[in-house]
Unconditional design. Structure first.
Length: 298
């Protein structure tokens, strides 16, 4: 495992804490109500700069994303919201796919073989993607506000979650991509935590909270508008996984369909995030991860 400095570890911890703080309400009382995540996030960025994993170009890109996302969420002018939303989508995609400079994402695992006969696995803690996810979730995504609301969302979502798990791994085994392989190691907790905060939150915020939500709103009143938004969200999610091969992209697309449908049912980003991390955790713990080498013709 490549070494990671204490300052870098603190940066990752603070960024994860800022994402969690999105669900904390502003303290009552006082003339100025400070939203908790807006305190923790700057601390994470400052720590990243001091650790040498975040540079001025990255800070500027995140500031631009926060500006456009705020405009997309708060502007009273429809045209301004649309333009701001397009710029937000482009910036978020560029950050999530590491097109923009200013980030030295820490390498945590390098070509580790987790299952017998599996392709090697490399894991980065993607600061650019995680920070983009934080901004999108905080400024644009519909969230539960109370534990009671979260429980109601979960009660609605869990049957579809079970269907999605069965469909994804049934298809994966049928295509020869994965096979049962139960494992638990010191890497399991790290994988789940890093995957949740630096991959899953950002992907769901982008594909469901931004893309699917805005597309469904644009098609509101048209026949099958919501279904089209779900389909586009799922297809694009599968497409971004083509790096793992067409069969892996198909498997991801089926998973993306589950995430999109559960979001459409609940209209809360937590449902999609929870289902996504459960699928990834089940994949990591109970099946070949990420996929069988022979499925790639090797």
């Amino acid at each position: 495992m490549p070494p990671t400095s204490p300052a870098t570890v603190l940066t990752l911890f603070l960024l994860a804490a800022a994402i969690c703080a999105v669900w904390l309400p502003a303290p009552a009382g006082g003339k100025i109500r400070v939203v908790p995540w807006t305190v923790v996030a700057p601390a994470a960025l400052l720590c990243g700069v001091l650790a040498g994993v975040l540079h001025w170009q990255g800070v500027a890109a995140l500031a631009a994303l926060a500006t456009t996302a705020s405009a997309a969420a708060g502007s009273r002018k429809p045209a301004k919201r649309i333009v701001a939303g397009l710029f937000t989508a482009v910036l978020a995609l560029a950050l999530a796919t590491h097109w923009l400079p200013g980030f030295d994402n820490p390498l945590l695992l390098r070509r580790v073989v987790l299952s017998h006969g599996a392709t090697p696995f490399t894991q980065y803690a993607n600061l650019d993607k995680g920070a983009a996810g934080l901004i999108l979730v905080a400024l644009l995504c519909k969230r539960t506000r109370t534990w009671r609301e979260f429980g109601a969302m979960l009660a609605t979502a869990w049957p579809l979650m079970l269907v999605t798990l069965a469909a994804v791994f049934g298809l994966g085994m049928g295509l020869g991509l994965v096979r049962p392989d139960v494992k638990w190691s010191g890497l399991t907790t790290q994988f789940i935590a890093v995957n949740l905060f630096f991959t899953v939150v950002a992907e769901e915020a982008f594909f469901r909270g931004l893309l699917q939500e805005r597309l469904a709103a644009a098609l509101d009143g048209t026949r099958y508008g919501a279904c089209l938004a779900v389909a586009v969200s799922a297809v694009l999610f599968g497409a971004v996984h083509l790096g793992g091969g067409p069969l892996f992209a198909l498997m991801a697309g089926v998973a993306g369909l589950g995430y999109a449908v559960v979001y459409q049912w609940t209209r809360r980003i937590e449902a999609a995030i929870l289902l996504h991390i459960v699928v990834n955790a089940v994949h990591f713990i109970f099946f070949t991860y990420p996929s069988l080498l022979k499925a790639h013709g090797a």
